[in-house]
Design a binder for this molecule. Structure first.
Ligand SMILES: [Zn+2]
Length: 259
């Protein structure tokens, strides 16, 4: 059934979902793209830096961990609505983000830098390490995290850079509220604006989670379009003045799994 999809997602689709060592899989995959990308590896992150920038630089971010302790082994695909689910918990948050990144960088002229983090679900530990270790290395105009539920949502968290918001929302996204994800740690540290965009999963952190392949593919194409039109300027991080920050540690009754 998946072979009938417009985009050939099947080459590594289930391998990514079922991988117990995704880090090694990604290292092997990106090694095959050498010398395009070089790797800076932390204890809890992989940073693939593009050395052949054509056009303006941006960064894509996804996290390698999922809410679930073990990878799924059974999958159900619903042909009518093009959705994938697993009784063990799919983990499309954030394996769908990883899949999207591998699709986005196929057949491109200009390439984004890519950061894969670990332990996002337990407090963005990989992002905290990367924020420190890559501070003097990262030079990008903005960051896109692929870690948001739904079809058309864009979450900017504490960043109130209106010019950046306008630029992203012009691609058809609607601004939505969120709690936290890795860019909440990365953007303030690197003084660059970032957004978390929908990649087609629904009901994360539950066995009812599913991935809508139409919504995933729609956003793969749309993010490619965004990367084709990166303005020649750095969008800076401009924080709101909050009493309680949406990205800080909130009381448990205020948190949702919607990142
Ligand atoms: Zn996530």
């Amino acid at each position: 059934m998946l072979q009938e999809r417009k985009i050939s997602l099947s080459y590594n689709f289930f391998q990514i979902f079922t991988s117990s060592n995704l880090k090694n899989y990604l290292k092997t995959y990106f090694a095959s793209l050498y010398p395009r990308y070089s790797l800076i590896e932390g204890q809890h992150f992989l940073y693939f830096k593009d050395h052949q920038h054509q056009g303006n630089p941006a960064m894509l971010v996804a996290h390698m961990d999922t809410y679930f302790q073990t990878p799924p082994w059974e999958f159900f695909f619903h042909g009518r609505d093009q959705t994938l689910t697993s009784p063990q918990g799919l983990g499309a948050d954030d394996r769908a983000g990883i899949i999207a990144i591998l699709e986005i960088i196929k057949n491109r002229l200009s390439f984004p830098d890519i950061l894969f983090t670990d332990l996002e679900e337990v407090g963005s530990i990989g992002a905290q390490e990367a924020a420190e270790k890559l501070k003097s290395i990262v030079k990008v105009n903005f960051i896109i995290q692929l870690d948001r539920q739904g079809e058309n949502e864009a979450v900017f968290y504490d960043c109130e850079n209106q010019v950046f918001k306008k630029h992203i929302l012009a691609f058809g996204y609607k601004e939505a509220p969120g709690t936290r994800t890795d860019i909440c740690v990365l953007c303030p540290k690197w003084d660059v604006a970032g957004v978390n965009l929908s990649i087609g999963y629904y009901h994360p952190h539950s066995t009812g989670e599913y991935l809508n392949l139409i919504h995933l593919e729609k956003n793969i194409s749309r993010i490619q379009l965004i990367l084709d039109k990166i303005p020649a300027k750095v969008y800076s991080y401009q924080p709101y003045d909050y009493i309680i920050s949406s990205c800080s540690d909130l009381p448990s009754w205020m948190t949702t799994p919607y990142e």
